[in-house]
Design a protein around this ligand. Structure first.
Ligand code: SF4
Ligand code: FES
Length: 217
């Protein structure tokens, strides 16, 4: 057990996409309000393991640091969640950090989640605007439809749903069906909640799951 004013982290590491993984432990001085990303920054400033062995900084993704971009998602004590909002105060120690298990490893805690963006491209899950010009009035939606669409349009593309979903497994990945997931359903559905027929005149599929299944056949 670390002393009362220390934080113990146990981190799964992997140097290359194909090399063997290994674990390293780090002990950091406790600061009020520290979170997993600030802990990884402290390790980067002084990459020495708990045993006093010099090592390399941990590789991970992050950007916004306010749970908006989704890039820092990883397994924290076995749960898929964002590292920037994971407060050390609320985590059982040692804090175990692992990369997502269902995506190719880039290095350490960084994984290649580009499949999600390929999915979004496949179902044209974006509002088609390029530049600033008058698009005319948007589609009319009832207040009830807005209530339904807004929450599901807040997806931040973190891939936590795909990591946690039991349907995304080795068998499906072999058959390339791991492309589908809530992450793709959500933004597309959010944009098209008013029109649910498969295949719109704008090329946007109203049911992205149907489009993906058709593409993967
Ligand atoms: S739908 Fe999936 S990718 Fe989007 S925010 Fe939720 S867990 Fe993250
Ligand atoms: S760094 Fe953007 S969600 Fe954590």
């Amino acid at each position: 057990m670390p002393n009362a004013r220390a934080v113990l982290l146990k981190i799964k590491r992997q140097n290359t996409p194909t090399s063997k993984s290994y674990w390293e432990e780090f002990e950091l001085p406790y600061h009020a309000g520290m979170n997993v990303i600030s802990s990884l920054m402290e390790i980067a400033a002084n990459p020495v393991t708990r045993e006093g062995k010099a090592t390399t900084p941990i590789t991970y993704d992050s950007n916004c640091l306010e749970e908006v971009c989704g890039s820092c998602a990883m397994l924290i004590n076995g749960k898929a969640r964002m590292a920037c909002s994971a407060l050390i105060d609320n985590l059982e120690q040692p804090v175990k950090l692992e990369p997502f298990s269902k995506f190719p490893i880039v290095r350490d805690l960084a994984t290649d989640r580009s499949v999600l963006f390929e999915n979004l491209k496949a179902v044209k899950a974006w509002v088609p605007i390029d530049g600033t010009y008058d698009l005319g009035p948007g589609p009319r939606m009832t207040a009830e439809q807005q209530e339904q669409a807004y929450p599901i349009s807040r997806c931040i593309s973190c891939c936590c749903c795909m990591e946690a979903c039991p349907q995304v497994n080795e068998d499906l990945r072999r058959r390339r069906h791991h492309r589908a997931g809530a992450a793709v359903q959500h933004p597309s559905h959010g944009q098209s909640v008013t029109a649910r027929a498969p295949g719109g005149s704008d090329g946007r599929w109203r049911d992205p799951g149907m489009r993906l299944r058709a593409e993967l056949r």
